[in-house]
Design a protein around this ligand. Structure first.
Ligand code: HAM
Length: 466
């Protein structure tokens, strides 16, 4: 019987791990350039950390169970509630603003499809302790830079910027009576791009139950609102409406944020897009998604401001803003745009040991070279020279080190360039220094003074007539 991994869970063969490491390294470099520090938390958490805070959609996707001690637990579907708990526990002693990033595996019981799995890695970056839009600007700029670092440009992705505060002010202005109803209307807005008109009217009817508002009319007004694609258009829209002073004041914040994003050099990536409201329950202000523009349009990252979560988890009032970026859609996009580099995972040297009696001597050199930081491999069993050379070439090592009886008697080792297929003998003394130079400059080209090019001189190392 052959065991299979669970649906939606990936296995990482070495070549996949190499890609994963490459992606994580770029994420880490970007976050560090912005002065963020790395954090982590357990992948298994108390269930209630998510049932209370994450919102319906995620709760329906939890990998939860009871552990052997009778505790209700869940694999994390996201990292934000854990982050809020960590910060809440040490809020008094942490230097503000807190700028943290983390990379971890998350689990969601979703229907598996292209770009969506049940286990995926997510890179999170968050700023806590800063209420002003300077923090939103910094987070959005980091989100852009973290994608730009892979060579992705404004032709490949954009940031769709929206604002739950503005949404609430708009819904209040059109007569939605309270926040609870507004939240229900926003969950309809979240489906605007995915559900047909009739379905949306039905959902809107349910959302507006008990209010005097007409569902079809409200949907039409909502569509008019999401069609506004610039700050100027939003200003014009609210200037024409009575009682929209708070919304107009909020647009001043938009102006500030867009100015900062321009100054940080990422303005070209940002588009006003009110269809983004975010599925997670805790967002309070500006929200955004990094969206791929080529191929299938998919979210590469999502985030926004969540000013109430830390307090809900027992901490003090703590404004916060952040994003999460998944590895699945990003890897697909990098492959599609041929932006994944050829990742070479080869040893520096491959030692060819000819004769078991020479193994101990050769391995003592291998140990020294490894101590010096070189990556060295060798065959565990004795074999024919040709076969060992072939193995050396297959590992991708640029140089083979040949240890035969003759070489050891002379106190030398032959260094063979596996691509050019030529070799030169060097003293074993200070081998590490010699090899460091060869790695940097290549095998020296030595013209043999007496070489006639036909092998008759007997000591030719030019490799032309082996
Ligand atoms: P989210 O929008 O649920 O936000 O997820 C963020 C990103 O994680 C998505 O844009 C996508 O790239 C990736 N992702 C989500 N679900 C899956 C899945 N099933 N398979 C593959 N990739 C997936 C959050 O999780 C928030 N906690 C982000 C955040 C951090 N907000 C503030 N700070």
């Amino acid at each position: 019987m052959q065991f299979k991994s669970l649906p939606g869970f990936r296995e990482f063969y070495p070549e996949d791990c190499a890609v994963r490491n490459f992606i994580f390294a770029r994420w880490r470099e970007s976050a560090r350039r912005f002065g963020f520090q790395e954090w982590d938390a357990p992948a298994l958490e108390p269930l209630e950390l998510f049932t209370e805070k994450s919102g319906e959609e995620i709760v329906s996707q939890l990998f939860n169970f009871e552990d052997k001690g009778g505790r209700k637990v869940s694999l994390r579907p996201e990292m934000t509630p854990s982050l809020a708990r960590l910060v809440a526990a040490r809020a008094g002693s942490l230097r503000h603003p807190i700028k943290w990033f983390g990379i971890g595996e998350n689990y969601r019981y979703e229907k598996q499809q292209r770009g969506r799995l049940r286990a995926f890695y997510q890179y999170n970056a968050d700023i806590l302790g800063e209420p002003g839009c300077a923090a939103d600007a910094e987070i959005i700029a980091l989100c852009v830079e973290s994608l730009h670092a892979f060579g992705l440009s404004e032709n490949d992705f954009c940031i769709r910027l929206s604002d739950r505060t503005l949404w609430f002010l708009f819904l209040e202005n059109i007569g939605v009576p309270d926040e609870a109803t507004a939240v229900k209307v926003l969950s309809v807005v979240d489906k605007l791009e995915r559900v047909a008109h009739e379905g949306l009217v039905e959902m809107m009817t349910a959302a507006l139950a008990g209010t005097p508002l007409d569902p079809a009319e409200t949907l039409a007004t909502v569509r008019e609102f999401v069609a506004l694609k610039s700050l100027d258009a939003l200003n014009a829209f609210f200037s024409d409406r009575s009682g929209a002073e708070k919304a107009l004041a909020r647009l001043e914040e938009w102006k500030k944020l867009l100015g900062l994003l321009e100054a940080l050099g990422v303005g070209a990536f940002v588009r006003t897009d009110l269809t983004i409201v975010r599925g997670l329950a805790y967002y309070t202000g500006f929200v955004f998604e990094a969206f791929q523009l080529v191929g299938e349009g998919r979210a590469l990252a999502g985030g926004g401001r969540y000013d109430k979560l830390v307090k809900k988890l027992g901490g003090p009032e703590m404004p916060a803003v952040g994003f999460g970026m998944g590895d699945v859609t990003l890897r697909n996009l990098l492959e599609q745009q041929t932006l994944l580099p050829q990742i070479v995972d080869a040893p520096d040297f491959y030692a060819i040991i000819l004769g078991e009696e020479n193994r101990a001597e050769a391995l003592s050199d291998v140990a020294v070279l490894r101590d010096c930081g070189f990556r060295v491999e060798y065959a565990f069993k004795d074999g024919k020279f040709g076969k060992l050379i072939q193995t050396a070439e297959q590992t991708g090592a640029r140089y083979a080190l040949i240890y035969g009886t003759n070489e050891l008697a002379l106190g030398v080792v032959k260094v063979r360039d596996t691509q050019e297929r030529r070799e030169i003998a060097f003293p074993r003394e200070n081998l590490a220094g010699t090899l460091a130079e060869i790695l940097e400059r290549g095998l020296p080209v030595i013209e043999e003074p007496h070489c006639r090019g036909d092998g008759s001189c007997g000591h030719c190392t030019c490799g032309k007539h082996e």
